[in-house]
Design a protein around this ligand. Structure first.
Ligand code: SAH
Ligand code: SF4
Length: 352
């Protein structure tokens, strides 16, 4: 259970304990059913905003529990409309979330960990190391804050969620699944799993568990190289879970869910952008229905990698298509404010 200011975060308190609390205040169990949507649906900041409960109970809730919500620390806006917000967690840790507007959708990119233990060579979050896992409540509070911002700026709520902010979601499996489950239910936002994408570096046992738990979110796997030799240098976790293990887990995922898997591939000049790389990548992709999302490398201070010339990027996509693989080039959003993929680190590093 999460403790902040010595009060537990109510969204993290087991329901059996909440029932006990309600019972001590002479309340019937139906109050728990009434409480759930207030915690996960109605965007409240204080218990006083709850409308269908006696004031004595609201006072008791206020003095016993904490309701996590985030004041944004600072918001930076890119010319393309992308906004980065820093959220200050208990213990003064800061994580970042990004609101990405597009013609047909408003997407929130959420963090699942403060920092990341995986340490990919080309990623700013990886360079900052790992601080801690976020709770489901802290993921939800990011969602609420970005949703509020979406309504303010664009007149409508979020349509999509991508778990592509700071951290490796599958290394925080329980809390990530709880967050997805809660916003997915009718006590939450009935937010369809089809509009949620979980991006992972690819941890085989958790990919299988995701399939068994039948969450039906879109799965995006950060591959970035078609051979173990190259991937070991970019994604250190590949030494523990080599590509063959990853592919075996993805086949399992496909067989169980029948969902197309997206491979993410950051193109790095002279590293993984050659013809042979594209041909080898295509061979991996053809093993089950999949597509490739080419991501433009976003630079940050202190990193030596570079993105390829546009013509190389175009060639890479063309070769994949010739090899029968569906490929899209992801336009980088928010790169001038360090809000693009892999650029999220502590907000004070940004001079804008
Ligand atoms: N840990 C998860 C999700 C967060 S990273 C994962 O790795 O998938 C989200 C995406 O940003 C990943 O595909 C990651 O490889 C990519 N990324 C990381 N650093 C990047 C950079 N500097 N430029 C472009 N994309 C980057
Ligand atoms: Fe972690 Fe993903 Fe960055 Fe790798 S790319 S360090 S897994 S956040």
């Amino acid at each position: 259970m999460e403790q902040t200011n010595n009060k537990p975060d109510i969204r993290q308190v087991p329901e059996a304990e909440l029932l006990k609390f309600l019972n001590e205040y002479g309340e019937k169990p139906f109050r728990l059913k009434q409480l759930r949507p207030w915690l996960w649906k109605h965007f409240i900041n204080t218990f006083d905003e709850i409308k269908n409960m006696p004031s004595g109970l609201l006072n008791a809730l206020t003095s016993t529990y904490l309701l996590t919500f985030f004041e944004s620390v600072r918001t930076l806006e890119d010319m393309d409309g992308t906004e980065k917000t820093a959220f200050r967690l208990a213990g003064d840790t800061v994580v970042e979330g990004v609101l990405i507007p597009a013609a047909d959708r408003l997407t929130a990119c959420l963090s699942t960990q403060a920092g990341c233990p995986v340490g990919c060579a080309f990623c700013a979050t990886g360079k900052m190391g790992f601080k801690r896992n976020l709770t489901a409540s802290e993921m939800y509070a990011q969602f609420v804050s970005l949703n509020r911002r979406a309504v303010q700026e664009w007149g409508r709520g979020l349509t999509n969620i991508v778990l592509m902010g700071m951290g490796e979601p599958l290394l925080n499996y329980e809390q990530v699944v709880r967050f997805i489950t809660m916003i997915n239910t009718s006590d939450g936002h009935s937010f369809s799993a089809r509009r949620i994408t979980l991006s992972t570096v690819g941890i085989p046992q958790y990919i299988k568990r995701l399939a068994d738990d039948s969450l039906k979110v879109n799965l995006a796997v950060s591959l970035h190289a078609p051979t173990n030799e190259k991937r070991n240098a970019l994604v250190p976790l590949n030494k523990t879970y080599p590509i063959e293990m990853l592919i075996e887990a993805l086949m399992y995922y496909y067989k169980k869910t029948k969902q197309t898997i997206t491979f993410e591939y950051v193109l790095l000049r002279g590293i993984n952008d050659g013809r042979t790389d594209a041909v080898q990548l295509a061979a991996l992709c053809r093993q089950f229905p999949s597509k490739v999302n080419i991501i433009e490398f976003n630079s940050f201070e202190g990193v030596a990698y570079q993105k390829p010339e546009a013509v190389m990027t175009g060639n890479f996509c063309r070769i994949l298509k010739e090899q029968g693989v569906n490929c899209t080039l992801r336009q980088s959003k928010g790169s001038t404010i360090n809000a693009a993929c892999g650029q999220l680190s502590h907000i004070v590093n940004i001079s804008y």
